[in-house]
Write a new protein. Structure first.
Length: 294
């Protein structure tokens, strides 16, 4: 299945038991909910606490997700600062039924343009699946260089960019640099603006808790109806970041009864979500919106 066959990927949380072990039954249940909504699934991204998981846990997540025979595409996060480890991870995932990889800008090292090109080219060469390159300077410490797009736009495995800098200006510059590459917003609340600037979809945190409503939100935005969705969706998606991601999503999923616990990997904690009423109010508003418009 092609990476761009869907306009919405859910950056899925990784459910855990209270003792910190994986909750694979809850993971399977969440993936089936996304499949029912027609949303692609990104596992082990930043929302999935991919960098905090042990290698064995990451393997279990991939094994579980790929065994469910869902109809939607499965994308696997690839991120870190050790190139050899990332290539080995890609090679491990090749044995499973996953459709694509999300390749993030190297963490912590803050490489220059040529170093970024070398990093991404090595990962793209290692992959035998479609790849989405991920620009998220708030987490990695550096922006993706436009040189990456200039040098690698013709690579056969480079299909899309997830743009999460929070800057419309940056997005427009990237878009002009690689006009034939698909662009996905990495910010739920900015989708109406990105859609007006010609993006192709969304990689979403909000769709964890509102899978069907977010699917409609994306469809409407890409159909030019984004302005009428403001300020409701802006306010409600902002509520999903009322604490460090993915703490609010896990807390609300637990409140809805979709996962057994809201446990996170340290140093993240659900205790940093101080006002549950903000999340519950957002949940009520989105559910009412969806009932009215579905």
């Amino acid at each position: 299945m092609s990476l761009t066959d869907t306009s919405l990927y859910t950056a899925l949380v990784t459910p855990m038991k209270q003792n910190g072990d994986l909750h694979l039954d809850d993971l399977a249940s969440l993936i089936h909910r996304q499949d029912d909504a027609g949303n692609g699934v990104l596992i082990l991204g930043s929302t999935g606490e991919g960098l905090a998981q042990s290698l064995e846990n990451k393997k279990q997540v991939v094994k579980t997700a790929s065994s469910l025979n869902v109809d939607v595409p499965i994308m696997v996060g690839v991120g870190g600062y050790n190139l050899r480890n990332q290539i080995e991870w890609i090679e491990y995932c090749h044995q499973f039924d996953v459709d694509s990889f999300l390749l993030v800008t190297p963490l912590y090292a803050k490489p220059g343009p040529k170093g970024q090109v070398q990093w991404f080219k090595a990962l793209l060469d290692a992959a035998d699946r479609d790849c989405m390159l991920y620009n998220v300077p708030s987490r990695t410490g550096t922006k993706m260089s436009p040189l990456v797009l200039t040098e690698l736009a013709d690579h056969p495995n480079f299909k899309a960019v997830k743009e999460a800098s929070g800057s419309i200006d940056d997005y427009q510059h990237y878009r002009k640099t690689a006009e034939d590459i698909a662009f996905y917003s990495g910010d739920d609340g900015l989708l109406p603006f990105f859609a007006m600037a010609g993006c192709d979809g969304l990689v979403s945190v909000a769709s964890n808790v509102w899978p069907k409503a977010t699917h409609q939100y994306v469809d409407w935005c890409l159909d030019g109806r984004g302005p009428e969705l403001l300020p409701l969706w802006q306010e409600c998606t902002d509520a999903m970041f009322a604490g460090p991601n993915p703490a609010p999503a896990k807390v609300l999923l637990n409140e809805k009864g979709w996962i057994e616990n809201s446990t996170l990997h340290p140093p993240l904690t659900e205790e940093d979500v101080e006002d549950l009423s903000v999340l519950k109010n957002a949940d009520n508003m989105i559910q009412n919106w969806y009932k009215e418009h579905s």
